[in-house]
Design a protein around this ligand. Structure first.
Ligand code: TUI
Length: 322
């Protein structure tokens, strides 16, 4: 029997109903441990990395926190099969997935006691994942950074909430407490934030990457890659200009993919924000200051609580002034 809407997060041992997004090359042991230590669920991203890199990050995270943390498995990774087995061996508590269907791994993960939380971009995918045994879902709208589906968070979340009976975590376009309050109003039980944590003290991305996000304005992100079927939201730069030009000219896909290969690593590790891929969500323009993960999370939930109290005032006003 559910204690309340947030029971799923209580059971995971979290203080807040918050997941940190698993961002390829960005979400490492440093970021994941900081978020977990601050009461959210820190998540290590496997991204396109080999299995040994991911195992190493898991072991480092265990050194940095005794709180639960998760691993995000990006299903286009060539080593997905090995990573899927490794997380069982390492006793990971939560697995989130992205960029595909994790169907064939779910039984294996559940046998190992792992809580399975796939990202879904549609109601059809949400229904399928619930049927295949997912414990909860992340409904991610196209405001998010990185690989995105077509629907917005505002439209996707309530439709997924109505379609399934497992908890739904809203993601995409949430950058502050107002976004959290709004997501809860849409029926979500919790939230996942990625971009906000890129600009945190414990995030190890190149300083140029953080500065680019801090400098971003509302219209600075763009979706590239639609012709390849892998739409990716990134901040505009010389690389995206070239991408969009190729898209307009219907360039062949090989030329296109060659340009994108390794571009994310170039931005994250080398700080090449001109020709690297600076993945970030539409809320980048909302981020004004680098803070510690603990400061970010406490501020998020105190602002959300204030928003919800104001909403309650509206209810009271209707009662008192009728
Ligand atoms: O996965 C993400 N975001 C990502 S993955 C990534 S690494 C990458 N880089 C270049 C190209 C592709 C990937 C960077 N950002 N978010 C979760 C997410 N999952 N968004 C959308 C989906 C998704 C899409 C289709 C989930 C399931 C799905 O199912 C299709 C099907 O029917 O199998």
């Amino acid at each position: 029997m559910n204690r309340n809407k947030f029971d799923f997060f209580y059971r995971l041992g979290l203080k807040y109903p918050l997941f940190q997004g698993g961002m390829a090359w960005v979400s490492d042991s440093s970021l994941a441990a900081a978020v977990s230590n601050a009461g959210g669920l820190g998540i290590i991203a496997a991204g396109t990395a080999p299995v040994d890199y991911v195992r190493d990050q898991i072991r480092k995270t265990k050194q940095l926190t005794d709180k639960p943390f998760g691993v995000n498995i990006m299903l286009l990774n060539e080593c997905t099969e090995q990573i899927a087995n490794m997380v069982c061996e390492e006793g990971v508590k939560v697995v989130t997935t992205g960029a595909g269907s994790p169907g064939k791994y779910i039984a294996r993960w559940k046998e190992s006691g792992i809580t399975v939380v796939p990202v879904v971009p549609s109601v059809a995918m949400a229904r399928r994942m619930e049927k295949e045994g997912a414990d909860a879902l992340i409904a991610e709208g196209g405001e998010a950074g990185g690989h995105v589906g077509e629907l917005t968070t505002m439209a996707l979340v309530p439709q997924v909430v109505d379609a399934v009976s497992i908890p739904v975590i809203a993601a995409g376009g949430i950058g502050d407490g107002r976004g959290i309050a709004a997501a809860l109003m849409l029926g979500a039980s919790g939230v996942q934030l990625g971009t906000r944590f890129v600009v945190s003290k414990e995030c190890t991305v190149h300083q140029n990457y953080k500065n680019r996000v801090l400098k971003a304005k509302d219209t600075d992100s763009v979706v590239t890659g639609r012709p390849t079927g892998h739409s990716v939201r990134v901040l505009k730069n010389k690389l995206t200009r070239k991408f969009l030009e190729l898209e307009r000219n219907c360039a062949n896909l090989e030329e296109y993919e060659a340009l994108g290969l390794g571009a994310l690593r170039k931005a994250v590790l080398e700080g090449d924000i001109d020709y690297g891929s600076v993945m970030a969500g539409q809320i980048a323009g909302l981020i004004k200051e680098e803070k510690s993960c603990q400061e970010i999370i406490e501020e998020l939930f105190s602002q959300a609580a204030n928003c919800l109290r104001e909403a309650q005032d509206l209810v009271e006003m209707g009662k008192n002034n009728g």
